[in-house]
Design a protein. Sequence first.
Length: 218
Amino acid sequence: MSKKKTIHIVAGGPETLIPNLASYKGEDIIWVGVDRGVYYLLKRAIIPTLSVGDFDSVTSDEWEKIQQYVPEINRFIPEKDESDMELALMWTMKQSPSLVRVFGATGGRMDHFLTNIFMLTNYQTSNSLTIEIIDIQNEMMIFYPGVHKVSRSIEKKYISFIPLSAEVASLNLSGFKYVLTDRNIKFGTSLCISNELIQETGTFSFEKGILMMIRSTD
């Protein structure tokens, strides 16, 4: 059986929102740079396996550096059907990863941010794959029906649950400050915002729908 891969994607969102990538390094990590995100990686002495994008947001000097150091560059014209991020995700899914972390995908243009969030449901279609969007303040991931465990984090103690489907059916929260039992949560509700764990681990479960969990710090 082939070993499942972990792939880290760094996009070109505001650099100030990207966390310390040194804590995410590892021998088995595959790094992918998206547009200006490639330059962010090179500044941190991380050579991506692949760079993807139209590179309309990099300077000529930055583009020269990218060409010098990155082994594989997939450059596209700006007039294309898919966003640079989606092109990176399309390549990533072909590698059959078990975990994908995305950095540099928040902040800046709101249309890009919302598209990145909703696009997760096209590429993570079950609980067998985890895709996380991470910045210095938040960790975002989606879940499908089942029972899920979550551990307490001192750094990101606030936990919110947001439906990405029309409804999430029979949501249960255990081990949280605000518990729920068999509640149906409709898209657009604020009921499950800013919860907290009151023990080291908690569980949440639901029977139908798509649920996003966001862990945040103030």
